[in-house]
Design a protein around this ligand. Structure first.
Ligand code: ZN
Ligand code: MN
Length: 476
């Protein structure tokens, strides 16, 4: 029996607003426990939530980049459940009228293009964080995260492998980062993923019973949890045991999933309209205005780099796969319009320094235009290409500009052509045999002569000038 997995996702993404979604407390990550709370977000009775307009703008942007319809009428509901991470005992969320409906995102998985449909995206508030203290066996509650705006992206069950899902999560992460609505830092929990997965025979009329794995917060964990769950469910089905519908948790250490609780259905939450938050009716103009403020998405940038700049597809991918690198590249070519050489120096030399931990893309000691200037100096043969790498290191260490470093270390090539002629004449006179070999058609001795000239003329003339003079003299 060949079992076929069917997978759907719910992704929670924290929005990058400055304040929380229903109060003015800071929405920044971290802070001393319970230092960023007020009566509204800690759920005291008698308080009145006020909707953050920025959060609404951000969910519209998210919907736009995922090709959703933006509802002109939208409203909020209370999702009731009792758990200590939620002091109000209900979460303000959206049930029947979410902001975004019916979208899609295209991915490439195992070399194949696939379209993943988005069922809906709604806006809600995050809950607090519970910290289980193993030593004292106590649980502590930190409500700083309560009320941070979240979007929940719900997909259709369009995935059939772990690779499909991880490709999608990477893509969503990138789209949200480029749209400027979520930082996508999975290790800080600002992007978390719930996976629904069931197995059935291929072409079966009905899907199998599904299990949900909650709160996966790395792409690696998502892949491992899915692989494990496919294994677990197929073992059960093949030995004739029923899969039960339940919520499970992934244990990173063992790579297994374990039961958390049996799954509740929507009616268990007793949703009802939130009487404190008025519904919103957008005009077409408002929606268009917000959508048009979304910057260019990575895919379209990539196409441009390949088509207009002639950058190799693989390199274009490397540029767009990190928003900071991509924006740095675009800034740099504004200062020195040579996309290919800038891209090459970023992807080889700058990335090398970053991967070695000598620099951090978030915190470079120079601007993109300073980097561009270094590439320009090298392209113009004003310094030796091999010196360029060292100049970059000095710039990273000291924050100095390229010109300053070249001055201090006397790296400028003087392009003293008179001296070059003299030195080359002498080399040719000293190596009559090599000259004769060359003139008899043994081209490879050229490299030997060129090497001699380069060594003796270091800093006095550029390799290009040396090559030209040498070639000229050998022809005569
Ligand atoms: Zn608050
Ligand atoms: Mn949710």
């Amino acid at each position: 029996m060949k079992l076929y997995p069917t997978i759907g996702l719910e992704i929670h993404a924290e929005l990058l607003t400055e304040s929380k979604v229903f109060c003015t407390c800071s929405a920044e990550f971290g802070g001393d426990p319970n230092s960023r709370c007020c009566p509204v977000c800690s759920g005291l009775p008698g308080t009145l939530p006020v909707l953050n307009q920025k959060a609404v703008e951000y969910i519209i942007k998210a919907g736009y980049v995922m090709n959703c319809d933006i509802s002109r009428f939208t409203k909020w509901d209370r999702k009731n459940y009792f758990y200590p991470d939620l002091p109000k005992a209900y979460q303000i969320s959206q049930m029947p009228r979410p902001v975004c409906l019916d979208g899609y995102v295209d991915i490439v998985s195992d070399g194949e293009e696939k379209r993943i449909r988005i069922n809906r995206i709604h806006l809600e508030e995050d809950a607090g964080k519970l910290i289980h203290d193993e030593r004292t066996k106590q649980t502590l509650a930190d409500y700083n995260r309560c009320g941070i705006p979240l979007i929940e992206i719900v997909t259709e069950p369009d995935f059939h492998s772990a690779a499909d899902v991880t490709a999608f999560v990477e893509k969503i992460r990138l789209l949200l980062q480029y749209a400027g609505v979520c930082d996508g830092r999975m290790e800080q929990g600002s992007l978390r993923c719930d996976v629904n997965i069931s197995l059935a025979e291929k072409d079966a009329k009905e899907l199998g019973t599904r299990a949900e794995i909650k709160n996966l917060n790395s792409v690696r964990a998502i892949g491992r949890a899915i692989e494990y769950e496919i294994y677990r469910q197929s073992e059960l089905i093949e030995s004739g045991v029923k899969v039960i519908q339940e919520t499970r948790r992934f244990v990173d250490g063992s790579g297994e999933t374990v039961t958390m609780r049996s799954k509740e259905d929507a009616q268990d939450y007793r949703y009802f309209p939130d009487p404190d938050i008025p519904p919103i009716i957008f005009t077409e103009e408002e929606i268009r205005g917000i959508a048009s403020s979304v910057p260019e998405m990575p895919e379209s940038r990539k196409a441009r780099y390949v088509k207009e700049y002639g950058i190799a597809e693989k390199d274009a991918d490397s540029l767009i796969n990190n928003k900071l690198v991509c924006f740095f590249f675009e800034e740099a070519i504004k200062a020195y319009n040579s996309p290919k050489s800038i891209a090459a120096f970023i992807l080889v030399e700058l990335m090398r320094r970053i991967n070695l931990g000598e620099a951090d893309m978030n915190d470079l000691p120079f601007e993109a235009k300073d980097f561009a200037r270094l590439v320009e100096i090298m392209d113009g043969n004003k310094i030796n290409r091999s010196h360029g790498k060292n100049v970059l290191r000095s710039m990273l260490e000291s924050g100095k500009k390229a010109d300053e470093v070249c001055d201090e270390e006397s790296l400028w090539i003087k392009e003293d052509l008179g001296q070059a002629e003299e030195v080359i004449d002498k080399i040719l006179a000293d190596n009559p045999k090599a000259v004769e070999q060359y003139r008899n058609g043994e081209q490879k001795v050229f490299g030997f002569l060129m090497g001699q000239a380069n060594r003796q003329l270091k800093g006095a003339a550029s390799p290009n000038a040396i090559k030209e003079i040498l070639e000229g003299k050998l022809k005569n």
